[in-house]
Ligand binder design. Structure first.
Ligand code: XIL
Length: 340
């Protein structure tokens, strides 16, 4: 039997995964068994985003999100709701919303309705996702434009009201990098100074093989924890495709799909090894600060369901996780599990 991550790190932090619709619907019982053996927390990869929950103005569809709650109950997995307020994957009707009043109505009703429905059912919410630019300033979005900077604090206040016993997090990527981190710390202090509760900060952790910013990550763990917050790594994966592979030319992609897979025979040994070393170094660091870290969540169960196969362009073949396309542990898995 394959060793279990959730058991190995039980005394340190929770181990989570993103779940997609097919996994939530338990289309494949073997997959459910595999998932529940490895993970004790889950984040919906897409099904709790606003475009899916509120496809039409004021009309909600909770079908799959409700199934996720059932899944969590049945398999004793805590659910991290993802995400209430985000500039991306918004309902399409938001493209036609151009007034402060309407944006405010959407903002308020969406939070009240969704956080209210899952009150006592989700363990935590990523209340606001990705509100910052790389330089630490506020990212341009429909919320910033019409509601001003305070929308972040307001989102936390409304979620707290609708779901008082749920942990509330701010989540972002690259917020371990100094400039963005400084912006993130300022944002958190603003929330705290307004007397509004925030329980934790999520560092997404979409990193690149051979380029893990260990120093910045460690500084971030310490600085965020200093604010009294729980620190989480919420969407961990390590991109293995070369950097210049990111902007693959669309014509090339249409005429020759294989051009998107630099490794048609699988991951070369040296990259596999580097991936293992990177994961090992990361988990060593996480364990060193286990008193400050409450959860490490992978953004997908195995390489086959990683979003990085389709982002930023469709059709890439990627290998960013601990399990291969047949749920077999990769060398990185064995290095990580040996650390516990
Ligand atoms: C991604 C999903 O994995 C994809 O399936 C979807 O097409 C786009 O969104 N940051 C986040 C996540 O907070 O919600 C994103 O998830 C990945 C980047």
């Amino acid at each position: 039997e394959i060793p279990s991550l959730k058991k190995a790190f039980k005394k340190a932090f929770n181990i989570g995964t993103a779940l997609n619709t097919a996994q939530i619907e338990e289309k494949d019982p073997a997959q459910t068994a595999f998932i529940t053996h490895q993970f004790n927390m889950a984040t919906p990869e897409n099904v709790m985003k606003s475009a899916i929950l509120q496809p039409k103005w004021g009309e909600y569809n909770f079908e799959i999100a409700d199934k996720l709650i059932e899944y969590g109950k049945k398999h004793s997995m805590k659910i991290n709701g993802h995400t209430l307020i985000w500039h991306s994957q918004l309902p399409s009707f938001m493209r036609n919303i151009h007034s402060k009043d309407s944006v405010n109505t959407f903002f308020t009703n969406h939070i009240k309705t969704v956080a209210g429905r899952y009150k006592g059912k989700v363990f935590s919410w990523d209340v606001v996702n990705e509100a910052l630019n790389e330089d630490g300033s506020m990212r341009k979005s429909v919320f910033l434009t019409y509601l001003g900077e305070d929308f972040v604090t307001e989102a936390f206040r409304l979620t707290q009201e609708a779901s008082p016993n749920t942990e509330l997090y701010y989540n972002d990527y690259n917020n371990e990098q100094p400039a963005k981190r400084a912006g993130c710390i300022a944002l958190i202090k603003k929330i705290q100074n307004a007397g509004v509760r925030i329980d934790g900060v999520g560092i997404q952790g979409h990193w690149h093989v051979g380029k893990i910013p260990l120093k910045e990550i460690e500084e971030s763990i310490l600085q965020y924890a200093d604010l009294g917050l729980k620190v989480m790594f919420t969407e961990l994966d390590i991109e293995v495709l070369p950097r210049d592979f990111q902007g693959a030319d669309i014509n090339q992609r249409m005429t020759n799909n294989t051009a998107l897979n630099p490794y048609p025979n699988g991951l070369p040994e040296n990259v596999q090894q580097q991936l293992a070393d990177d994961y090992e170094a990361l988990f060593k660091l996480f364990l060193k600060h286990k008193d400050k870290i409450t959860r490490v969540t992978f953004w997908g169960v195995n390489d086959a369901n990683s979003w990085l196969n389709n982002w930023p362009v469709r059709g890439r073949t990627n290998y960013p996780l601990l399990f291969d396309r047949n749920n077999q542990p990769k060398p990185a898995f064995y290095k990580v599990i040996a650390l516990k």
